[in-house]
Design a protein around this ligand. Structure first.
Ligand code: GLV
Length: 328
């Protein structure tokens, strides 16, 4: 039987490629070249499967040009790079990589929160620049994590992991806002109380954003929301670029309307809004919340499992549009 053809759109573990090659004819981008949309289409033509990351946009134009495509397996839990409706309409299966990164990403959310509130990178830059000549009582004085109020916007699995860390590890009061309220047992486990977005913005000492990006969540935090926050508050975004209006945030940080921010994701990344680069009270990291070696391996394995599961055994592991399976 002819092997199905699969495109691996970005550089990935050689072991992942070797595993895919046991089942498929694989073309991979191990040189990690940045492809334009036209180049992506060109490479995808004639392929039945694609191993993608959050950076490859799979939309109606790509799908129309690649009618042989049957599955795109994203090595990410977020999948705003997929037009899932267009994929379903074309009978193309979409899969993502949930669960395997939950705890690693929650760890990182907490690390970024602590670095932000305790001004860790700002003080390190000061030290490295040779500016530390004497100690002073208010040098890099930040805000406390323990005992403070943590507000989480987006209470999926990662949000719940952050809530547990805050409540159980640091004695924080945890409030959250989400499209739907968690069931009472889960709320009790996370020690989290549901509040309106407005109340969360007004009362939280630290706000962590973990909502998926959709047109409805675009600029969940903009100038109006920043104006409601406490001047001592910190804001952390580990969700997606576009959830925060980065220009409005840079202005709020510059004018000290909020104390500090920690950002792992950016509108238009890998570009970063130039105003953010000018303000000292922001910790910036290059979209690495799930980046531990074991977790990145688990994510790659899951994307490969989905390709093999679907194209070889008709059984994907984490389908996003199972209607495609039903209609086969
Ligand atoms: C990372 O941002 C992911 O969605 O997995």
């Amino acid at each position: 039987m002819n092997k199905a053809k699969v495109l691996v759109a970005r550089s990935i573990f050689p072991e992942t490629i070797a595993r895919l090659e046991e089942h498929f004819e694989v073309e991979s981008n191990q040189g990690d070249q940045g492809w334009s949309k036209a180049q992506l289409i060109d490479k995808l033509k004639g392929k039945q499967g694609a191993f993608t990351t959050g950076s490859e946009r799979i939309d109606a134009e790509v799908l129309a040009a690649c009618p042989e495509l049957k599955i795109c397996a994203n090595m990410a839990v977020g999948y705003n790079n997929f037009d899932v409706d267009a994929m379903t309409a074309r009978g193309v299966l979409a899969t993502n990589a949930p669960d395997v990164l939950t705890e690693t990403t929650a760890d990182f959310g907490f690390a970024l929160l602590m670095a932000t509130a305790r001004r860790i990178t700002e003080s390190e830059h000061f030290l490295r620049a040779g500016k530390w000549e004497k100690w002073s009582y208010d040098m890099f004085a930040g805000s406390d994590i323990h005992g403070s109020t943590l507000g989480i916007i987006g209470m999926g699995r990662i949000g719940q992991g952050i809530a547990r860390r805050g409540a159980l590890g640091f004695g924080m009061k945890v409030i959250y806002h989400n499209r739907s309220r968690l069931d009472p047992q889960l709320e009790a486990e996370c020690k989290a109380s549901y509040v309106s977005k407005q109340d969360l913005l007004k009362t939280a000492d630290h706000i962590v954003l973990v909502v998926p990006y959709t047109p409805a969540s675009h600029h969940t935090i903009g100038a109006a929301e920043l104006a409601l926050m406490k001047p001592t508050a910190t804001l952390v975004n580990i969700a997606r670029g576009g959830i925060v209006d980065d220009a409005a945030l840079a202005a709020a940080l510059r004018d000290k309307r909020i104390a500090a921010a920690g950002l792992d994701v950016f509108e238009g990344e890998p570009k970063v809004h130039p105003d953010l680069l000018q303000v000292p009270n922001v910790v910036l990291t290059p979209h690495i919340a799930s980046a531990t070696v074991p977790t990145r391996r688990a994510m790659a394995d899951l994307a490969a499992d989905n390709l093999i599961g679907f194209l070889v055994h008709d059984k994907p592991v984490t389908p996003l549009n199972p209607a495609v399976l039903a209609s086969k």
